[in-house]
Design a protein around this ligand. Structure first.
Ligand code: NDP
Length: 457
């Protein structure tokens, strides 16, 4: 027992902070947690969970069309945005309640306030205007969507934070960016019936993914009628009548729209925490630099999750939080393993990806074999949709190990979670070949691809 008020004080009750706090408390630590917005953090309150509900809602937009090929008539269907947002909010309230209960049941004290560091062991709770002390401090404040303030009129646009609370659905949306959020929201708005235009500064959207993923998603977005403008940036945004805005583009054109949606990345939320004056080292975007045990450059200050900008995904933050608690409150040193983390983009159709992209594998391995296929799924033969599935295996030609798997198509995210087990376990292409196909499914193609892909053939 130390003389501090707490053994651990966590600032930020998102995925990483809550997991670390709950686990530390379960190991007997006296834990305090401060959260300025809502317990649950980005994932639960304005990220993964509400986003997935919008994705589900949006998929119905396509499903009503597809149903016709199966004999259903779905005429005069209508969509009520307000109802969707209300139902989504009810569920977020429920989850928020569960997170609060779980923390309290574990024995942690929750403070609904902004918090900052006064010194290495003292946390100032702003709403209560008082200080508490702690032996260890964990920063788990996550990130926030940034907008390009160099663009005149940038404030006329919204970010994903506001998208979850729009009062009404606009007729036309311009999304700027080519990453996860831009692609997911462009597809959400399109499925809900908006006209959507995506403006991306580069050539290939989702450029951190395998090129075949990028090309396939681009093709599918265009097929649904999303206008994708590449190698273009915003020059300025101008206010027109009512809710309308005019976006002036670097290619000389302009677009009039009801909604401008910034999805140009997120930054670590470290401003105003008092870290700099304590000598906590941060990167150029404000992310906290930590070692493999999530320790910052100041001995008793730690950080997990997006605020460290390692791999910004909920399950990673959760594991980092758990590893921190295990290491420092259960005397069981655990390092997070960042290899072969499965990833999904909830575009429509979705992306599932694990391991090396082809270009990454070619950079690191001498001989790389590629197996890939591109086909129309059985389902869409009757719907009449031209939507296609792309599947690709990246294999080490010397050892036969499957290095990566990339899928764009129905249920890709669900499939990749299972394939990730095989890829992480180091299974070989022969193991895939030796597995009997499950027919008729989309994923059976993963064990029936026999021919190596030869470019140009
Ligand atoms: P991303 O980093 O995925 O994408 C940002 C995009 O914005 C890139 O296409 C980037 O271009 C572009 N961009 C950056 N700066 C500018 C600029 N000044 N002008 C125009 N375009 C610009 O960020 P997101 O905001 O989409 O997502 C943030 C993080 O959240 C992700 O990295 C991911 O970790 C997480 N996330 C995960 C999801 C999931 O797992 N399904 C869903 C949503 C978010 P360029 O490509 O050229 O750099």
């Amino acid at each position: 027992m130390t003389n501090y008020d707490y053994d651990l004080f966590t600032i930020g009750a998102g995925s990483g902070g809550v997991r670390a706090s709950r686990l530390a408390a379960s190991y007997g630590a006296r834990v305090g947690v401060a959260e300025e917005y809502r317990v649950g953090g980005t994932c639960v309150v304005r990220g993964c969970i509400p986003k997935k509900y919008l994705v589900y809602a949006s998929e119905y937009g396509h499903n009503f069309e597809h149903a016709k090929g199966y004999g259903w008539s779905a005429e005069n269907v209508s969509f009520d945005w307000t109802k969707l947002i209300e139902n989504k909010d009810d569920e977020i309230d429920r989850l928020n309640g569960i997170y609060i209960r779980n923390l309290k049941n574990a024995g942690a004290d929750i403070f609904q306030t902004r918090a900052s560091l006064k010194d290495q062991h003292t946390v100032h709770l702003h709403a209560e205007n008082r200080d508490v002390t702690a032996e260890k401090i964990l920063i788990a404040t996550g990130g926030y969507p940034w907008v390009d303030e160099n663009v005149p009129g940038h404030e006329l646009g919204i970010t994903s934070n506001e998208a979850f609370h729009l009062e009404k659905l606009p007729k036309h949306v311009v999304v700027v960016g080519g990453g996860y959020i831009a692609i997911e929201f462009a597809c959400i708005f399109k499925g809900l019936g908006c006209d959507v235009c995506l403006v991306y500064r580069g050539e290939d959207i989702l450029r951190h993914f395998d090129t075949d993923v990028s090309v396939q998603v681009h093709t599918e977005m265009k097929r649904q009628g999303i206008r994708v403008i590449t190698q273009t940036i915003f020059e300025k945004i101008e206010k027109l009548e009512g809710d309308e805005k005019r976006v002036h583009l670097s290619n000389g054109n302009h677009i009039d729209t009801g909604l401008v949606f910034w999805a140009v990345g997120r930054k670590a939320a470290t401003t105003g925490l008092g870290l700099q004056k304590l000598g906590v080292k941060m990167g150029k975007s404000g992310e906290i630099k930590v070692d493999e045990f999530s320790r910052s450059s100041v001995e008793n200050i730690f950080a997990v999750g997006d605020v460290t900008d390692r791999v910004n995904l909920t399950p990673v933050a959760i594991r980092e939080g758990a590893a921190f608690a295990e290491t420092f409150f259960n005397k069981n040193p655990v390092k997070m393993d960042y290899r072969f983390i499965p990833k999904a983009v909830f575009s429509q159709p979705p992306v599932g990806s694990v391991g090396y992209a082809e270009h990454e594998a070619r950079h690191e391995f001498k001989n790389v074999d590629i197996y890939k296929t591109n086909f129309r799924s059985m389902k869409h033969v009757l719907t009449g949709s031209e939507e296609r599935v792309m599947m690709k295996l990246v294999v080490d030609g010397d050892t036969d190990r499957v290095l990566g798997c990339h899928i764009v198509g129905e249920e890709a995210a669900e499939i990749i979670q299972c394939i990730a087990i095989a890829v992480k376990a180091g299974l070989k292409k022969k193991d895939f070949d030796d597995t009997v196909a499950l027919h008729p499914t989309i994923s059976e193609e993963l064990v029936t691809m026999k021919e190596k892909f030869v470019p140009g053939i």
